[in-house]
Design a binder for this molecule. Structure first.
Ligand SMILES: COc1ccc(S(=O)(=O)[C@H](CC(=O)O)C(F)F)cc1
Ligand SMILES: [Zn+2]
Ligand SMILES: [Zn+2]
Length: 159
């Protein structure tokens, strides 16, 4: 969901709105924090959780039509989407709450999907390299080392 190319700052705020009923809130918080940490560990970016509704990256779990032009589709199919950098809806990240969100290898691992969406929220596009996090298709075997060298090169080319 394209917006402008990049944030014009390296400290980016995020917040989590509606949660999923499929995981404890504390688990969602830590998986999403880990997803942000994957990117901050390899770049000069800093992510700060701001408990308010005008954070740069507002994250929430929603189903079907949810107030933007991109309604979700029930189980499987589209898992999540994120708007590229910008004001308002820019950076915002939505997860389809009809998915089997997990902290492990079954269903869809929230840390993996969140890290991919954060890539989009930072301005990254898809990669053609199946080993990259920014490859368009979900692959289960990731949580250990989320980012490929290409992902790392791409975020550092942008910031
Ligand atoms: C590895 O992380 C993801 C892979 C695939 C998806 S997706 O199948 O929901 C994808 C959306 C996206 O690329 O963000 C599809 F176009 F809908 C989301 C996260
Ligand atoms: Zn949406
Ligand atoms: Zn994507």
């Amino acid at each position: 969901l394209t917006q402008s190319t990049r944030w014009n700052k390296n400290q980016i705020t995020y917040n989590i709105g509606r949660y999923t009923s499929r995981l404890p809130r504390s688990t969602v918080d830590s998986l999403i924090e880990s997803a942000f940490n994957a990117w901050s560990a390899v770049s000069g970016l800093k992510f700060v959780r701001a408990h308010r509704n005008n954070a740069d990256i507002m994250m929430e779990f929603v189903t079907y039509a949810h107030g933007d032009l991109y309604p979700f589709d029930g189980q499987r199919g589209t898992l999540a989407h994120a708007f590229g950098p910008g004001p308002g809806i820019g950076g915002d990240t939505h997860f389809d709450d009809n998915e089997q969100w997990t902290a492990g290898p079954k269903g869809f691992n929230l840390q993996v999907v969140a890290a991919h969406e954060i890539g989009h929220a930072l301005g990254l596009r898809h990669s053609r390299n199946p080993d990259s996090l920014m490859y368009p298709n979900y692959r289960a075997s990731r949580p250990g080392n989320l980012l490929s060298l290409e992902d790392i090169a791409n975020i550092n080319a942008l910031y």
